[in-house]
Design a protein around this ligand. Sequence first.
Ligand code: SF4
Ligand code: SF4
Length: 411
Amino acid sequence: MSDGISRRSFLSSGVLGVAGAVVHRDLPRAAQSQVRPKIKEYRTLGRTGMRVSDVSLGAGVSQEPAVINHALDLGINYVDTGERYFRGQSERVIGEVAKRRRKDFFITTKLEVHKNHTEEQLIDRFHGCLERLQTGYVDVLMLHNPVDKEVLTLPAFHSAFQKLKSDGKVKFTGLSSHEPIMGDICNFAIEDGRFDVLLFVYNFMQEKAAEIIKHARQKDVGTTIMKVHAGEHPEQLTIVSREERQKLQEEADRQTLLFRKKYGFTEKEYFGAAIRWVLQNKDVGCTVMSMRNFEQAEEYVSNSGKSFTNDDRATLDRYAVKIHNAYCRHACGECESHCPYGVAVNDVLRIDTYFTNYRQEKMALLSYYEEIEENRKPLPCRTCEGFCEAHCRYGLPVRNRLISAHERLTM
Ligand code: SF4
Ligand code: SF4
C-alpha cells in the first residue's frame, strides 16, 4: 500500500459503500506490477482438513470484486464474511467473485443468533446468505460473536446448522468472538465439541488468546485470527468534527506520515511484523486480513511463510510503547465491573476504533453503535469521577475517550 490511502480511495471504499461501482484508479498500477508476491504457506484448519492460506482475507471492510479476485490470484484461498457486514453487501461483493470461481476458495460466513430465534428463521436467513454469495454452500457457518455461553447451546441454532449440513449447504460449524468474554466463549465452544473453527482476537499487544490457541489444537479445532494489527493507526485518534468529515482521510494520512517520520516507522515494516508475530505461532490456522486495494493485498501476502525476526520484535516494541495507553485491548473489559453505571467500555471503544482507525465510519455509526443498549452507552461519563480509569492497567484515559467516542458516534 502506498503511504496512506488517498481520499479518493477512502470515499470509494469507506463512505460510498461497496457496490463495486466505483473504480479505484490506483488498482491498475498495482495490478500491472511485474513481480507479485504469492502465498507460500498453507495450514490445516484443525479437523476440517481445509488447507488455508496463512494470510487470508476478511471482508469486514468494504472491498471490490477486483480486489478479491486479485487476492485469490495471489494464492489466498479463504475468505471470511458475515451476514451483518455492511448489511449483506460484503456477501454480495464476494458473490460477484464466487459465481465465477467458487472452487478457488473457501467461504466462511456468520449469523448473529439470539435466544428467541427459531430454526426456521435461521435457515431462512442463511438462504439469504447463499443468495447474496451466489453459491450453493459455504464451508464454514459461524455463530457471530455470541453475547453469552447460553447461545452456544441453543437447540434452534444447532438443529438449524445440522439441517443445513445434512442438505449439503454448510460443511462446518464455527464461532467468532471479540467480546471481553472471548476466552470463556471460545473455551466453552472447544469443549462443547460441535464447533470446528474459531475466529478471535490475537495480536502482539493482546496475547492472552495464546491459551485458546493451545486448547483448540488439543481438540483439533481450527483457529483463525482477526485484529492482527492491534490499534492499527494510533496517530489517527483525532477528534473529527462534522464539518471535517470529508477531509478525514487526507488529514489522517498526513498525520500518519508525520507519525511515521517522527518515530522512524514504515507502514510496511509495522504491518508485516504484526502479521509475522501471529503466524510464528504454528498452531494458528490463518490471519484474516482486511484488504482495501491491490497494493494492500500484495503487501500482506508478501508476509506469507516468513519468519518473525529480531527486527520485527524491535519494530513492534517501539510501536507498543507509542500506543500503550491509547489502545483499548480488544476483548479486554477488565475495567467494566468497576463502572457503577454498567457502561460497555470495551465495545464502545472498539466501535470507535472502527470509526477512527479502520475508516468504517458509516458502518460504525449506522449499525454497531446503534445496537448498544442505551443504558450501556457512556452517557453518565461526563459527570462521573471516572472509577474505571483506576482499573485500566494500561493507563488509558478511559473517561475522556468514552466521552469523545460517544460524540463521534452520534454526530
Ligand atoms: S479501558 Fe483498559 S481495562 Fe478497560 S477495556 Fe480498555 S484496555 Fe481494558
Ligand atoms: S467514566 Fe464513570 S460512567 Fe464512564 S465508564 Fe468510567 S466509571 Fe463508568
